[in-house]
Design a protein around this ligand. Structure first.
Ligand SMILES: [Mn+2]
Length: 344
């Protein structure tokens, strides 16, 4: 496995100089944030990220994410222009040494939590999802500030998007995903880039919007939409593991054996009696997932892809981007590498 760390670019309070001091850390996961969704990334911006990483002895070879424009998900006539831009981004990233691109196909909302500053009994802060709290939120009337949320949306834009999604079915969304893959996977193959879809987080419908990538049946269907080694997964244990129905170690073993996992997001979650979850420390005993069994499944199947510690808690007084502080993710990286080494 290749150990990596997500970095939000020069504005990230966590610096590359910090990251390089984490033992075993070699790869950087980042993205260009200075252009709107759907546009082509400039060569200069990509080169700048690559250079900044090189200067710290790190390799920038994973992108998370190249976002998919809503018009593509909705299947609007304008999608072809956005897909062509997407393909151009794959070509440019491939030329700059990027080997894996993470993306998702979630309508409007990215990963969703109901509190990103939840106080844990030990004083740490974590991210939680409480279904009752979500029911009380109305994205069309209330003030929304979600972590994966594009704050540039105006209320009117959002209303229109909801109307557009109301007009399509879940099957339409699957068909639009198939159409997208049909155009981008051949380009990714030519460029030597692995495409890795991130599961929906949480893996169920929210705000009445359909969500596709939620369980084993959905992953099977997704992989069959375009049969190519380049059409693969970002297997996020925390996202899929939010649903107690998903047997995470068994799924990891299955898809890793197929060679279709290109990127692992490793974190633990603790299910709550209310049907929600809390993001816990990475350790098996902290949450509901058996992290050692997950690492063993990767080892057993000869996994050589990228791994990153996913969201961490905020500890030791650190402030910053919820889920993306330095300290707890660094602890996660060490724990995961310890499990890996112990299987050797
Ligand atoms: Mn993830």
């Amino acid at each position: 496995m290749k150990m990596s760390f997500r970095w939000y670019g020069p504005d990230d309070p966590v610096t590359l100089a910090n990251i390089r001091q984490i033992p075993g850390m070699k790869h950087i996961v980042s993205a260009v944030y200075d252009v709107p969704v759907g546009q082509v990334w400039s060569e200069e911006s990509i080169t700048a990220l690559q250079k900044a990483c090189q200067e710290q002895g790190l390799i920038f070879d994973v992108v998370e994410s190249v976002p998919v424009h809503e018009d593509i998900k909705l299947g609007l006539p304008s999608r072809d222009t956005y897909i062509e831009n997407y393909c151009e981004n794959i070509r440019r990233l491939g030329r700059h040494g990027i080997r894996c691109i993470c993306y998702n196909f979630m309508p409007i909302f990215d990963w969703t939590r109901t509190d990103v500053h939840h106080k844990m009994p030990d004083g740490a802060e974590n991210l939680i999802y409480d279904p009752q709290a979500l029911d009380r939120m109305d994205p069309l009337t209330g003030e929304l500030s979600l972590p994966g949320w594009d704050s540039s949306y105006k209320k009117e834009d959002l209303k229109k998007l909801f109307e557009q999604y109301a007009a399509i079915t879940k099957e339409d969304l699957w068909e639009n995903l198939r159409y997208f893959l049909g155009k981008v996977i051949p380009v990714a193959e030519e460029c030597g880039v692995n495409m890795a879809i991130h599961p929906d987080d949480p893996p169920w419908d929210i705000f009445g919007l359909p969500r596709l990538i939620t369980d084993e049946a959905a992953l099977d269907r997704f992989l069959s939409l375009y049969d190519s080694p380049c059409n693969g997964l970002t297997f996020c244990t925390g996202s899929l593991g939010s649903s107690p129905q998903n047997d995470i170690p068994a799924m990891v073993e299955k898809y890793s054996a197929m060679g279709r996992i290109h990127f692992m997001h490793l974190r633990n979650v603790k299910w709550t009696p209310q049907g929600g979850f809390e993001e816990s420390g990475h350790l098996t005993e902290n949450g509901s997932l058996d992290m050692a069994a997950i690492i063993k499944a990767l080892k057993k199947t000869g996994f050589t892809g990228y791994v990153r510690p996913d969201h961490g808690r905020m500890i030791w007084g650190e402030t910053g981007k919820p889920g993306y502080g330095l300290y707890d993710r660094a602890l996660g990286a060490m724990y995961l590498q310890g499990l890996w080494e112990a299987t050797e």
